[in-house]
Write a protein that binds this ligand. Sequence first.
Ligand code: GLN
Length: 484
Amino acid sequence: MGELLYSTIGAAWDLLQKKELSATELTSQCLKRIEATEPKLGALLAIDSEGALAQAKALDDKGPNPSQPLWGVPVTVKDVILTRGLTTTAGSRMLETFVPPYDAFVVERLRQAGAVILGKANMDEFAMGSTTENSAYHAAHNPWDIQRVPGGSSGGSAVSVASGQCFASLGTDTGGSIRQPAALCGCVGMKPTYGRVSRYGVIAYGSSLDQVGPLARSVSDCARVLSVIAGHDQRDATSSPNEVPDYLESLSSVSLKGVRFGLPKEFYGEGLAGDVSEVCAGTIQKLVEAGAERVDVSLPHTHAAIATYYIIAMAEASSNLARYDGVRYGYRSSQITDLESLYVRSRTEGFGQEVRRRIMLGAFVLSSGYYDAYYKKAAQVRRIIRDEYVAALDQCDVLLCPVSPVTAWPLGQHANDPLKMYLMDAYTLSLNLAGLPGLSLPVGKASGLPVGMQIIGKAFAETQLLRIGKAIESVLPNIGCPQL
Ligand code: GLN
């Protein structure tokens, strides 16, 4: 069973369709794996054993259905995505007892496709963080070395996939939160183009940046899940009406011959750790040997991305999180004497330190007198960053760059230094400012820890990214699985 739990959705789905395995058997195996590994990993905030077994039984009773691409496939869902009847906390005390009355669009889609939802994945509170240490409940641990962080904010999703607890997970990526934990845990993760996937029922952090996407153990599995969750939804005004291709179907024959990889020089310079840089260089070499070409490109405003992102993300967060006032939603302090203390105490006690910091900074950059200097300026620089991506992508097919400047670091290392933590996002967050799609792939290991690289494409180039990603996957040795 160990092997089965580390196999791909494609392989498990075939067995399920042929009735060599039942949805109930597979679900039970995953639940056993969860029970055995959770004390070490802390990947999940809610485990819905009963609900999952009931979903699996309902599927088995009806029998396999080839038109359901996730029939009987056990998955987890980041706890920022609403699941009807199953607690959804966004990793915050503020929502500790919140049971959503409806499913997010992406969860409706998972259910229609026959997926079995095992539970809710741990995360940084309101998706603010890069390690999952900001979860109000407990940290998640990297399965390759449990003393190290799994990345974040979708750390629980990456851990659950990398440790064989489930076959895929949904995460959200506002500034790297799918791609970075995927890289640090050795799985594949995709941030789709802004608007490709509906945000309906996803608790908002930075609404102009947030996007839901898959984490899985192969590029094909990511393609399969993306085909399920992508598409127009009139309940999200920013969701795109563009037709959704069959991403999985498009992967039938792939090659690296003649593919032009743009290497932005700003991503390969100072700040990139030597061991990660070596793995990246080795990867580029292998791609060239397989027939790809390298093109030197530049994204000159990369140095401004961190400041720009954190101004915009915090401004949007301060506005989005205003709804948690102790009156309408979530936590209410018991120490209330008047209206003001209701707001102040509920928000002070309900939110963690990082969330409070961001709300205050966000409110500051939006305040009159500072708006022009910070928010407006950041919006202007964001436009420049986007234009530079578009120009760089005109010179090549896709961009290729590291995801994280370092491999997974020890738990607690940057926990008290928010600025150091923000620097860890240097290679991921400009993509969200530009609204473009990115696919993070495991390309090797350094001192036993996974290294990921991302490929970045034009808006709605998901098919191309997945095709090139699959071709890359086929020329690189598999990094194996963590020994737990
Ligand atoms: N680490 C970044 C932040 O803290 C990105 C988080 C995310 O993508 N949700 O904002």
